[in-house]
Design a binder for this molecule. Sequence first.
Ligand code: FES
Length: 164
Amino acid sequence: MMTQTDERYKSDARYKMVEKTMKKLNYDRSALIETLHTAQETFGYLENETLKFVARRLKLPYSKVYGVATFYHFFRLKPKGKHTVVVCMGTACYIKGADKILAKMEEKFGIKAGETTKDNLLSLLSARCVGSCSLAPIAIYDNKPIGNLELEQSINEAKELLND
Ligand code: FES
């Protein structure tokens, strides 16, 4: 029986990107680190849900996947902000002005990509490609992708999150 979570995996382009890496490596358990790299580049960080997904698909215990994700300094677990905005900085998005969007967000909220506001309400991150290049430029607001993003709109969407 297909669960709601399975549905999300199927419909979320980011999971498809991670799946592609695992498939390329024949779902071998030794593919764990490379898979986590792809996941971080795609999501901007590693959240529990993603670690669980990887554990299931590679048939590894969650504790093992979590252990590897926390052991290596180059992996970043979900940042502490109540809300997260991930701006895609992949080629397709970059060409369409993602750098300006990121710069505007940094200026507006007084933080750099990878940082969280002092009140812990917003973490700003960048990703390499979130798998929806036809919607470039795109950013993910608390797991909700918003494509064809305009500069002002990028700020307004973040403000809306903060007003939740
Ligand atoms: S480059 Fe942004 S979605 Fe692919």
